[in-house]
Design a protein around this ligand. Structure first.
Ligand code: GLV
Ligand code: MN
Ligand code: MN
Length: 427
């Protein structure tokens, strides 16, 4: 029999805590950046996480911060030997981001703990509520920092990654008051996680287009990032004929459009260029050097590899056209992640139990669930994003939709907790 907690699915009757929490975090933002910017390891990120930790404590969770800044709150279960049900997301944002990406999952997870406390419900499993450090990444090019550390993947190579000024990721983390040298202490043991459940805004148009209130994610994109350094020849812009130039900027422009052309030719593939910079930004001098950064995403690893092959070929062709030479360096590839089918079925059942017919969908955005899936079964609940917009100030999800997602998350926690060990995979 399905267990529920009393009163509007057990949530705060006015959803007032969720609304106030969204407003509160929207007030802790960088005034020098557009939108709602709480960039990982910034002053605002540290302040936001301190507030999140205080909310966890108020919800009755034993709370601590790990060596890279992930905030973890624990509600012990009645069986000390049972592995934890983990719920959470991230409270950092991209620069110029929105109010909902990540935040909905962190507040939703805390509200689940609050609802359990209000109703006096004691889970068998420990409930672990997590605000993962710096999911969105940094100028060093490393995403999912906190969850990577927990899953054991934040090694010296990634901690030593540098930004344009030579600052390492370890420096960045230490600058926010954490202890990256102790990253090994962040690691969770195999078998510690019964299930990982993450509530998130969809960040795309599918749920809205289908008129659906809840999505359950099938798989999360793989990402392959690159840096392209184009070497041309510095010459006078007024005197060197067009057909004798080695113009690094023109090759880079071709390479930008090649990303678009190659990605658009695939069914589920996307490709994006981030920065395009040159060391000679003068109109009267031909560019001798240009750098662009970019990424491809796909639900399939073999497709990602094929995109890499096609892009390398397109760059070679652009070099031939522009008499340039280029170095194409692929960064760390995050492979696509298939979320746990049995756990996702449980979550879809939880959604049905609280009145939502869940749509199954793919996520073209990445999530901490990718790393958590290494430690145990992982599933995600999506709620609609207005006009499919995200990573922009216009990002919006109605409070009613947030609340639906939290009710599904709460029900999913109860349903997973009630599974006999081994059934439906968790336990
Ligand atoms: C994070 O939101 C990403 O998908 O890069
Ligand atoms: Mn996110
Ligand atoms: Mn994001």
């Amino acid at each position: 029999m399905t267990r529920t907690v009393v009163g509007r699915g057990g949530l705060d009757p006015e959803a007032s805590w969720l609304a106030a929490g969204l407003d509160h975090l929207a007030g802790i933002v960088d005034p020098d950046l557009p939108g709602w910017s709480r960039v990982g390891f910034s002053e605002q990120d540290v302040a936001g996480r301190a507030w999140v930790a205080a909310q966890m404590r108020e919800a009755g969770l034993e709370t601590h911060v790990d060596a890279v800044g992930t905030v973890i709150g624990v509600l012990p279960g009645s069986s000390p030997s049972a592995p934890a049900i983990v719920v959470g997301s991230h409270s950092d944002t991209v620069p110029g981001g929105g109010r909902f990406d990540g935040v909905v999952g962190v507040l939703g997870a805390i509200e689940v703990a609050r609802a359990l406390r209000r109703s006096g419900t004691r889970l068998t499993h420990e409930l672990r509520v997590v605000d993962f450090a710096n999911e969105e990444g940094n100028p060093q090019g490393v995403k999912l920092v906190g969850s990577r550390a927990i899953a054991g993947g934040l090694g010296p190579d990634l901690l030593g990654a540098t930004d344009d000024t030579g600052t390492t990721l370890a420096d960045l983390i230490a600058g926010a008051g954490h202890d990256p040298a102790a990253v090994a202490s962040c690691r969770w043991r195999p078998g510690e996680v019964a299930a990982y459940l993450e509530l998130h805004v969809e960040q795309g148009p599918v749920l809205e287009q289908q008129g659906a209130s809840i999505g359950v994610v099938t798989r999360v994109c793989g990402i392959s990032t690159f840096v392209l350094d184009v070497h041309g020849r510095r010459d006078h812009a007024g005197t060197m004929p067009m057909d004798r130039r080695s113009d690094a900027m023109c090759c880079a422009a071709d390479a930008v459009l090649a990303v678009q052309r190659i990605a658009a030719a695939g069914a589920d593939t996307v490709g994006t260029v981030g920065a395009l910079t040159t060391t000679s930004p003068l109109t009267n001098t031909i560019s001798e050097q240009a750098r662009l950064t970019g990424e491809f995403r796909s639900p399939r690893l073999d497709v990602l590899r094929e995109l890499q092959r096609q892009y390398a070929e397109a760059v070679a062709q652009a070099d031939a056209r522009h008499r340039t030479t280029s170095d194409l360096t692929w960064g760390h590839t995050d492979p696509p992640t298939v979320l746990d089918a049995a756990l996702s079925d449980v979550v879809a059942g939880s959604a049905a139990a609280v009145g939502h017919d869940a749509v199954r969908l793919y996520s073209g955005a990445t999530h901490d669930s990718v790393e958590m899936a290494r430690l145990g079964p992982a599933a995600m609940v999506f709620v609609p994003s207005r006009d499919g917009r995200s990573h922009c100030p216009q990002e919006w999800t109605d409070l009613d939709d947030v609340e639906h997602g939290v009710r599904v998350l709460l029900q999913a926690v109860l349903d997973v907790d009630a599974l006999p060990a081994g059934a439906g995979r968790p336990g």
